[in-house]
Design a protein around this ligand. Sequence first.
Ligand SMILES: [Zn+2]
Length: 338
Amino acid sequence: MLATVLHKPGDVHCEEVADPKILKPTDAIIELSASCICGSDLWPYRGLQPLDGPMHMGHEYCGVVVETGSEVRTVRPGQFVVGSFCLSDNTCPHCRFGFQSSCVQREFMSGAQAPYARVPLADGTLVATDEIPSADLVPHMLAASDVLGTGWYAADAAEVRPGSTVVVVGDGAVGLMGVLAAGEMGAGRIIAMSRHESRQKLAKEFGATDIVAERGEEGVARILDMTKGVGADSVLECVGTMQSMDQALACSRPGGTIGYVGVPHGVSLEGERLFFGQKRMLGGPAPVRRFLPDLMDRVLGGKIQPGKVFDLRLPLEQVAEGYKAMDERRAIKTLLLV
Ligand SMILES: [Zn+2]
């Protein structure tokens, strides 16, 4: 089959690879309904994450089960499934506590920018629907696999409550999903920090009540001004740089909570600032599996349309252009037709 392989920074393309097969009795093979490129795929593409050999790309997926290993019990061939980018058994103490992304058997999904993929730990990872969803729902279901689940976790970790004042730092796909999640959780005010017009528009469509285009100290001053000097109850940090974390900490009220899902690159925190600022924080790789059944229900019921975050659609053969468009920030997120 043709699949996406990254050979070295900037060199990604579609090439012939071996079809995936069952390697362990707990595996499943799925035929993807669609795939996509994640913002985190840009780290190795930009050479900011070391590569040891050619990398089979893609960790966001949904599709139809075609084969299962001998120990798989909860899904069967013919079912439509969505899974998380974190593969988990869903039975260990961390999974049971709702932190499947710290599963004792955790693996990370790979090879999903392809027509077929192997999903390890299928029973714990995959969630099946009763029926095959219509084609127009596929992008929304695909979004649940990572980008929506991660934005949702940011809002959950930031303890968004009905009526909360929420600030979202970062207008990438995850930040936009954080806006959507905060809206679904009943936030009273959702301030999206974004400088880009197309992203501001989408943030508003997803439920942002206010937009702040300023960054850094100016951005913080605007947020404090808008909240009568108090700061936000919940802040979603969806970037992962020192500047964005600084902004998140400074926008948060004493006793407020920061949900941080941007993978930290060069972020360090000062104990004294956290202590005297009374900041509460929870973050990390999102335990998407915890939220999946609920998110899939919301999509199937037509309540949310997270797939609007895909503003570029390309056939898998043109995957290189998809990476380029996201790298140059011409596209928010690329959907790949497999
Ligand atoms: Zn587990």
